[in-house]
Design a protein around this ligand. Structure first.
Ligand code: TYD
Length: 197
């Protein structure tokens, strides 16, 4: 099972990933975490480009689209191995980040056709003003209009694939977000949700 957390920057993905992973381990499952961009050479190059003032220009976005697709492929053998070992994979971002951040979508789909798609996407949906307040970095990817478009793209993706996507309201406090995540994930693993607050 390949579960991915998605959303605009500032939604609290890393905190929730730590929590979800621990909760599943405590419930008796084997769990592995992965992160995109990775720490491969390609991932390092991506991180460098993300801090550039032209990171959101359309040409740089195309370059990033290709780099993210390549970086993602560096994870595929690892993911296949974890699946063989019957582990739950929890990923910080996935192919769906490319669909939401880069475009056009048809091209993103094409260049990612060898990437495995997550079975479940937990979309931590946050309003853009709160996202900006919560962001630590000040870079082009955290400009209001850019984030507003990305958020819109995520919501459209979620609307068009309700089986894969579960929207979690990330404007709520971390404890409510935690219990909403539990409720979204529990049925997949036969965990009883009665006791979940
Ligand atoms: P990161 O510092 O990991 O941000 P966060 O903690 O919010 O995930 O940087 C990842 C950035 O890269 C983030 O702004 C989203 C962006 N991104 C894309 O634009 N396309 C992609 O395919 C992926 C995986 C990430």
């Amino acid at each position: 099972m390949y579960i991915c957390l998605e959303g605009i920057d500032g939604g609290g993905k890393s905190t929730q990933i730590k929590f979800l992973s621990q909760w599943l381990v405590d419930s008796g499952f084997k769990v592995e975490e992965v992160v995109e961009p990775t720490d491969s050479e390609i991932g390092l190059l991506i991180r460098k480009i993300l801090t550039s003032p032209i990171a959101t220009s359309s040409n740089t976005q195309r370059i990033l689209g290709l780099l993210f697709a390549a970086d993602r492929l560096t994870l595929m053998e690892k993911i296949a191995k974890f699946e063989e070992e019957k582990k739950i994979i929890i990923s910080d971002r996935s192919f769906y980040s490319s669909l939401a951040y880069q475009n056009p979508q048809k091209w993103i789909n094409e260049i990612n056709k060898f990437a495995k798609k997550p079975d479940l996407v937990l979309l931590l949906d946050l309003d853009v003003d709160s996202a900006i307040k919560r962001c630590s970095r000040e870079d082009e990817f955290e400009k209001k209009s850019f984030l507003a478009d990305v958020r819109e793209n995520y919501l459209k993706l979620a609307e068009s694939d309700k089986t894969t996507f579960k929207i979690i309201n990330a404007n709520n406090g971390p404890n409510k977000v935690k219990s909403d995540i539990k409720k979204a994930v529990a049925p997949l693993f036969g965990i009883c949700i009665d006791g979940i607050e």
